[in-house]
Design a protein around this ligand. Sequence first.
Ligand code: GLA
Length: 711
Amino acid sequence: MTERASIRSGSLWLILDLPDQGMPRIVAYADDHDGKDIEGLGLRGARVNGMDIDVPSAVLLPTGGLGYFGWPAIAGHRDGRAFTLSPSAWTGASNGNCLRLTGSDPVARVDVQIDIAAGDDSLFEMSARLTNRGADTYTLDRMMAGSLLIPAGEAELTNFTGSWGREFQTRTKPLAHGLHLQESRRGRTSHDRTPTLFIQTGVMVHAVHLGWSGNHVMAIDQLDDGRRMVHAGELFEPGEMRLAPGEHYQTPTVTHVITHNDLESAAYILRRHAWSHVVDRANGAPRLHQKSPRPVTLNTWEGTYFNHKTEQLTAQADVAAKLGIERFVLDDGWFGRRDDDTSSLGDWQIDRRKYPDGLKPLVNHVTGLGMQFGLWVEPEMVNPNSDLMRAHPDWALQIAGRPLLLSRNQLVLDLTRQEVSDYLFKSLDSVLKAHAITYLKWDMNRDLTQVGDAEGRAATARQTRMVYRLLDRIRNAHPRVEIESCASGGGRADYGVLERTHRLWTSDATDALERLDIQHGASMVFPAGILGAHVSGSPNHQTHRRHTLSFRALVAFAYHFGVELDPLTLSAAEKTELGEWITLHKRLRPILHNPDWQFQLPPLDGRYVWGAESPEKIVVVVAQSGQMRNEQAAPLMIPARNGKSGRWRVASVHPAAPDTIRPSAAQRDLLAGQSTFSMATLRAAGLLIPMLRPESGMVLELEFIEGLDHG
Ligand code: GLA
């Protein structure tokens, strides 16, 4: 007899049937589940597959060959045999907010386990495991982490494209008939194929994010009856996932959000979930990011590059401390003989030419100023021009008979060899043990190619797991050390790496104009408090554009704020101005970094708006990219999720005199805090603020003053 299983996230129920044969069926998403009306609400489709029996298409992890004609979410075999999968004897067990479904296929001789965990609100995490119960090798060609059903009808897909320096570029397009497939084969999360998508139908928004830093697949498959299944999981190279008897394959975790509202509501749910449940959770760890305000950072890269000189760096630290900076991160160039990017990766010994007395004097100087000390590393990589490579030429990933392919002059170490992983752990461990270092910027500056292990087998899946294991080992050995995930900017930004890290370097593009789209896209998935955003020099090093300090600072200041320039080059006036932005950031960051309060609006006519809304204070950042086309800017519609009913006013504007265009008298009064408005007005009609000149912006602080009306 069919058993029913259900799991609830907030007010949303996911209702499943555990059939006698085949994968668990998705019966309904329901807002309230009293056991009745389920079939009415249901997601059951028409019987259109032409078979004489009812073969349900809406199932978790559908498999092929037995009357389901869609894209299979699991495909495996025993040397070409046992190529169909249809588990039976399902059981469901709930434990707290988790539901575990377990089935077994006596023909294919595998067990399948599906875990669904409910988040706080309209969010489910799914992962699955397949165990080989046979006496010979079972090869998995594909196994998705989870799949969910999207209603039939017109639908729009929003996902992200990009490249180095242009990550998280948001694209929306109608979802066509057939199969939409995203495959990423770079061996890291990638700049161009972010494992996130949003599907908007007339009925719902579904958001899907795969927490995985290796190769991935995301598939949206239209079924015979017009509905769609969305699948996400790891992508295997040929023959990569071979399970010996008794071995299992565990998928990454896919996060699904299902809401009736708009994209921003789904993004809000993802951001809150990431902050509260994902960041730093892998090691049952102390959740460092929640324990202390996110420190304002000076990163030495763009101000110093490889040209490390102790006196210069200590002088920079002195100025940084005076500016209010709280963390000093020494970027690339401190180890081996690293004068440019052609050498020394792998040689994690301090460069005595640059640091004759080691790093201690600089570390002690920085910590003596009350700042934390952070260090850049790129553990997975090796330059052919390094002592490590000369000693162990076989330690790089390679395929016998194939050329070694360099990227940024470097190769990738084979972390599937335990001795390589141990070497890296020891190298990092000894640097961390010897110094008061509380932060690592963990970089990864190339895509993976020729990913062959010592036996010549494809190894991306294992390599990715070994990177996670190394991160976990470091976190366990040094629980007070925070880690930033960087991969030529935002090339490794996903919930998988975020489980063992605390910050993402959003992009190597520090140009404020470029950052508008990058940060907007990244904020569809990640909370502001973990997205690194720095004020860099002008002209900008990547684009050569010039921007005012005010524009550079206001674009960065709501995120995990930092500075990436040589502070010794700042004029007195610039130091004062930058110091003021840092002070403002520190005052407002408890609001700005609270994901319950963060919001962003869809960009409109070149205007980007984001910020945070607490019950009594709303901080709104408004940035204008190009010239507005309209005569008058559209009213600013703040989501008004948390603000108290009653009267509000603009309490302050930063910079004090923003670069506005033809403000009306009423707008001038508004910005000067001389008029008040009700929360009801803010919700219904928005704020009419003046247009801004291109490449300028303003930060508004709105303040609750009294609760007189019923707004
Ligand atoms: C990558 C990072 C940069 C910087 C350099 C150092 O490009 O994204 O921020 O750390 O490496 O080589």
